[in-house]
Design a protein around this ligand. Structure first.
Ligand code: KIV
Length: 272
């Protein structure tokens, strides 16, 4: 395995599979708007996920369930306008694909047509097989998502680590193989034991992207606002903070407010 990094003009689903072959780790981050997506893309991330975590970090909901297909399309189209190199993957939101496979295909087509994104992601294994098959048959690339699947939070009851028990671990491995056989181009594994994630990764040729799934996977994904330190209430063990934007933004806004109140801003040079 070589760790040499090829340069990709535009990352595609095929380049991701090639990166796994070459042993090059895949960097994926979420974005929900034009400005952040431009920064993330410009800094060289391989995949931008327009996650339904927008429901939490942008809209302030407690779960990912309330966000709608229209809202996801709005976020996705803003991100697509900014992304010059990264592959843009968009979450199918809760309620847009579970009812039946026709509904799932209609939702996926709306995302692709109205936002210009490159692929969709959806949560679940065997229970959403017909939807995945139908979307793939229409030529739309699909990324799977197994382990902790936040759209099922009311079934799980907690955001704790999944697949610690043998039966759930075996199902996850079976679902991983099934998603590969169906033709998914990659899978997100969220919050599962590192050893299980390693086993899943070694069992397939498509890239496995982990979040709270250890280091023996093909790539990592984090929620942008969490890794930038904008969301101090959320501190799971797997989260590494790369900046303290909460503090930077707080200090900047506090200083601006003081300057306005004290008549320091604007000064003579800052007026016409
Ligand atoms: O919605 C999201 O941000 C996600 C990631 C946590 C993988 O699905």
């Amino acid at each position: 395995m070589s760790s040499a990094k090829k340069s990709y003009q535009r990352v595609t689903t095929h380049s991701l599979i090639q990166m796994k072959k070459d042993g090059e780790k895949i960097a994926m981050l979420t974005s929900y708007d034009f400005t952040f997506a431009g920064l993330v893309d410009g800094a060289g991330v391989d995949v931008i996920l327009v996650g339904d975590s927008a429901s939490n970090v942008i809209a302030g909901h407690e779960t990912t369930l309330p966000i709608t297909l229209d809202q996801m399309i709005y976020h996705a189209s803003s991100v697509v306008r900014a992304a010059k190199r990264a592959l843009v993957v968009v979450d199918l939101p809760f309620g847009a694909y579970q009812a039946d496979s026709r509904e799932a295909l209609k939702s996926a087509i709306r995302i692709m047509k109205e936002s210009g994104a490159h692929a969709v992601k959806l949560e679940g294994g065997i229970q959403v097989k017909p939807s995945i098959e139908r979307i793939l048959q229409a030529g739309i690339p699909v990324m799977g998502h197994l382990g902790l699947t936040p759209q099922s939070i009311y079934k799980f009851g907690t955001y704790t680590v999944r697949a610690k028990q043998e039966a759930e671990a075996a199902q996850l491995l079976a679902d991983t193989k099934m998603l590969e056989e169906l033709g998914c181009f990659g899978i997100v594994l969220e919050k599962i034991p590192a050893n299980l994630a390693k086993q899943a990764t070694q069992s397939v040729k498509i890239p496995i992207i982990g979040i709270g799934a250890g280091s023996q996977v093909d790539g990592q994904v984090l929620v942008l606002h969490d890794m930038l330190g904008m969301n101090k209430e959320f501190s799971p063990r797997f989260l590494r903070r790369y900046a303290d934007l909460d503090k930077v933004i707080h200090n900047a806004v506090e200083q601006y407010t003081k300057d306005v109140k004290s008549r320091d801003f604007p000064n003579e040079k800052e007026q016409y």
